[in-house]
Write a protein that binds this ligand. Structure first.
Ligand code: B12
Ligand code: SF4
Length: 472
């Protein structure tokens, strides 16, 4: 069977409260979920897979249409987040115009949250819920046999007007068994990021599932249990990438350093195999210590992104972040000590948050001296505790996201937590926070010192000018 996987264009993303400048400079990351599906099919099936990443190729819907038209495909798979649903639907529609009647499968975080609403959308034939590799292959192997499909966990489909949901798929316990993402199926040299100096980047996931309980987060599609790949398996993937000419890696694990022993092993192997790579990770301040950071530094880790969220213990508790200001300060101190750059994520507009709390957050942001700060206004995402609490407390007036999932409209405005501030006030505060952070003379000097090339200067100067001229 010919399988075409599509990462839809990014023209109608439901905006998180990010200034346009940050979005613009975000760069483009590979659609790792689709690359994993493709890698699995290539290794364990005889299905022939192609991928169109409309984002990296900057395809308009018109050119996407011609590309799809020129391809042989029996089944099309599309990846869906709630915030990208409008583009997903537009893509479904053009697939249906170019190849009427072709089978269309959706997967990704959105279908896990809203299976009933998603399968009810026009021209969507199947959903794969949760981790997709095995379930998608099983679906393709049995696609015309509805009786057989009923026995495969992780599927949703329609049968004579009835919606069949076979329940959650089982998560792979041994992630080493899952083949590496099929990067060769996309123009892998086109992926870049503002945060790295080198041009070619790729993303890597070395673990799946997050055991923490932050109230603003829902990532249940990959489970709550932390499952990790072995150090050998990871380093083999890195080596494969370096052979392809990719030397810069963004490790996108939810919290890369949950298992210290594993991280030290990975670092040792990177050093042993003399991999000259540039990499950065995302993690929590409470799962790092000096020994671990020293190993990361020795293995060439250039950046750590920490979710700090707030500058007050009160808000951290409300967010159930499970970290303290002391842990935050210690992590930033140690990371700077080993000359690893830091990116700190903050959120404002949290439940019960006052102006004083927000000021404390901005104060901590300056005090920590991260190399980059990233601030957003909290958007209560679907499936999160905050979103459910907001509805119970009446701060969020209705089930916005469910309505959107049922009837996606491009003018949809996501809900904010407007308990003490309006959306406009929060957006102004956000811009204030950015300006306060990025216009400090000391910060500007520090960044100028770190500039490596003219193109680096140009990129950063453009971003800087945009931040300083933001209206708010
Ligand atoms: C890396 C990442 C990014 C990267 C790259 C995105 C990408 N295309 O991969 C960047 C930074 C660009 C990004 C951007 C955004 N992201 Co993001 N991102 C992630 C992150 C951290 C990891 C994704 C990943 O690679 N996972 C590993 C792979 C293996 O898992 P997967 O992608 O889920 O795929 C598996 C299954 O879902 C399934 N599957 C997925 N697609 C399909 C398709 C088919 C046909 C099938 C059968 C199965 C299937 O099978 C895959 C293999 O098991 C996740 C958090 C997380 N832990 O998942 C958030 C996450 C997916 N992002 C999220 C969001 C909200 C966004 C943004 C909308 C940001 C915003 N405005 O707030 C943008 C949208 C970008 C766009 N237009 O595409 C949310 C989605 C929530 C939701 N309800 O949909 C998540 C869950 C984080 C969160 N906030 O909780 N993101
Ligand atoms: S914010 Fe990070 S640590 Fe908290 S639940 Fe989400 S992924 Fe896990």
């Amino acid at each position: 069977m010919n399988v075409l996987l599509i990462n839809p264009p990014c023209e109608n993303e439901i905006t998180a409260a990010l200034p346009a400048v940050i979005k613009k400079e975000r760069g483009c990351n590979p659609p790792l979920g689709l690359l994993y599906l493709a890698g699995y099919l290539e290794k364990f099936s005889s299905h022939k897979v192609t991928i169109i990443d409309a984002q990296v190729e900057e395809l308009s819907y018109q050119s996407l249409m011609s590309r799809i038209g020129a391809m042989k495909a029996d089944v099309v798979g599309i990846t869906a987040m709630t915030m990208t649903l409008i583009d997903v639907i537009k893509t479904v529609n053009i697939v249906n115009v170019v190849k009427p009647g072709i089978k269309i499968v959706l997967g990704g975080p959105h279908v896990h949250l809203y299976p009933r609403e998603t399968i009810s959308l026009a021209n969507v034939d199947y959903l794969v819920i949760g981790e997709g590799e095995k379930t998608f292959k099983n679906l393709l192997d049995n696609i015309d046999d509805k009786a057989e499909l009923r026995k495969i966990p992780g599927l949703v489909f329609k049968n004579n007007g009835e919606i069949v949901n076979t329940g959650f798929s089982l998560f792979s316990e041994n992630l080493d068994e899952i083949p590496f993402p099929a990067r060769h199926l996309v123009p892998y040299k086109k992926y870049t990021s503002v945060l790295t100096q080198n041009d070619v980047i790729t993303t890597v996931i070395t673990s799946r599932g997050c055991p923490f309980k932050c109230t603003f987060c829902n990532r249940l599609h990959l489970g709550k249990k932390f499952r990790a790949r072995s150090a050998d398996n990871i380093v083999e993937e890195l080596e494969e990438c370096t052979r392809m000419g990719i030397n810069t890696f963004l490790f996108y694990d939810d919290s890369f350093t949950i298992n210290k022993k594993r991280v030290i092993e990975i670092c040792e192997k990177i050093v042993e195999r003399q991999l000259k790579i540039n990499w950065n990770i995302r993690t929590r301040v409470d799962v790092v210590d000096e020994e671990l950071i020293r190993h990361l530094s020795m293995a060439g880790c250039k950046g750590i992104h920490y979710g700090v969220e707030s500058g007050t213990e009160k808000i951290l508790k409300i967010l159930r972040k499970g970290i303290t200001i002391e842990q935050i300060q210690k992590a930033f101190y140690l990371t700077a000590k080993y000359k690893i750059a830091t990116l700190a994520y903050f959120m404002i507009g949290n439940p019960t948050e006052t102006l004083e709390d927000i000021k404390a957050t901005f104060q901590l942001m300056r005090k920590l001296r991260p190399d980059y700060a990233h601030i957003t206004v909290l958007i209560p995402f679907p499936g999160t505790k905050i979103y459910l609490d907001g509805q119970k407390q009446g701060v969020i007036k209705k089930d916005y996201w469910k309505e959107f999932a049922q009837n996606p409209m491009s003018d949809f405005k996501p809900p904010y937590w407007e308990e003490l501030f309006s959306q406009d006030e929060l957006n102004s505060l956000l811009i204030k926070g950015y300006k306060q952070f990025y216009s400090r003379p000391l910060y500007i000097v520090k960044r100028l010192i770190k500039i490596k090339s003219f193109s680096d200067f140009k990129k950063k100067a453009t971003a800087g000018i945009r931040i300083l001229t933001m209206k708010g």
